[in-house]
Design a protein around this ligand. Structure first.
Ligand code: BEZ
Length: 262
């Protein structure tokens, strides 16, 4: 079942800009060319879509969160943005490239998403993506789940919110769908959280809505505060909060079949 998450697009922009700032490096791997048709899958508030647009590509941004798309349209009115879920979108051989930063881990049925990506790429087209890999934010997730259980919310603790695969697992799914995998790299990227006082609390407020759904606001605050207190020994130093991000970076291409070039 798909989880419905509501997003605070202003908080995202103000306090979680690191999400798209880190994505700038991934654009160097995408190398958008002038005139290329590119899909930005899970575009959020559109900052990286705008960078792709500035490099001369014909880009479309899609995201399943209406709040994010509304903000993206307001910020970048010249660029097309649409509300679309990665599990359900479909274009036929339309794009030279599909780009995705920090989004694929929100899509918990990866086979469906990969199939949609494959169908939507032109033969020879490329997927360039980065998202949470195996072990991503493992300690935050573990402590948050423990706090949910202690507070009497076992169903919330058992929710499957994210998908963090290993390189082998994800490369195998891509190959099974027909892709040629050119790069599959897992790496540790400890990430400084921008709020220096309430870093983990604010991160939970921004990203853990699905774990906290149907819990009264005051209880949510207590659970987030207790999670932060437990993590202080390991995730706070030099007056800064850190999150244990682990990334999976992918580049894969859709092969050109003989009949495509005939
Ligand atoms: C991530 O970018 O890895 C991420 C962000 C929020 C929640 C989970 C993962």
């Amino acid at each position: 079942m798909a989880i419905s998450i509501s997003w605070d697009s202003n908080l995202y922009q103000q306090s979680h800009a690191f999400v798209y700032q880190y994505g700038e490096g991934l654009l160097e791997l995408l190398l958008p060319q002038s005139g290329e048709k590119i899909l930005d899958l899970g575009c959020g508030t559109g900052e990286l879509t705008e960078s792709i647009y500035q490099q001369g590509a014909d880009v479309l941004g899609i995201d399943s969160a209406a709040e994010m798309i509304a903000k993206a349209k307001q910020l970048y009115p010249a660029i097309p943005f649409e509300v679309q879920d990665g599990h359900h979108f479909s274009y036929s051989n339309a794009f030279d490239a599909i780009f995705s930063n920090a989004a694929l881990h929100w899509m918990t049925q990866p086979e469906k998403v990969i199939q949609n990506i494959y169908q939507s790429l032109k033969p020879g087209g490329r997927l360039v993506a980065e998202f949470g890999g195996k072990g991503n934010i493992q300690s935050i997730q573990k402590v948050l789940k423990e706090q949910l259980l202690q507070a009497g919310y076992p169903e919330n603790a058992a929710t499957q919110v994210w998908y963090f695969p290993s390189t082998g697992e994800y490369a195998s799914l891509l190959e099974a769908a027909g892709f040629t995998v050119r790069l599959a790299q897992w790496y540790e990227r400890e990430t400084v959280l921008q709020d220096t006082k309430e870093g983990i609390v604010q991160w939970i407020q921004m990203f853990c809505g699905a774990y906290l759904s149907n819990i009264p606001a005051a209880r949510q605050q207590e659970i987030a505060t207790a999670t932060q207190a437990t993590l202080k020994a390991t995730h706070y130093r030099d007056h800064q909060w850190y999150a244990d991000y682990r990334r999976l970076r992918i580049m894969a291409t859709k092969p050109v079949m003989k009949e495509d070039s005939a």
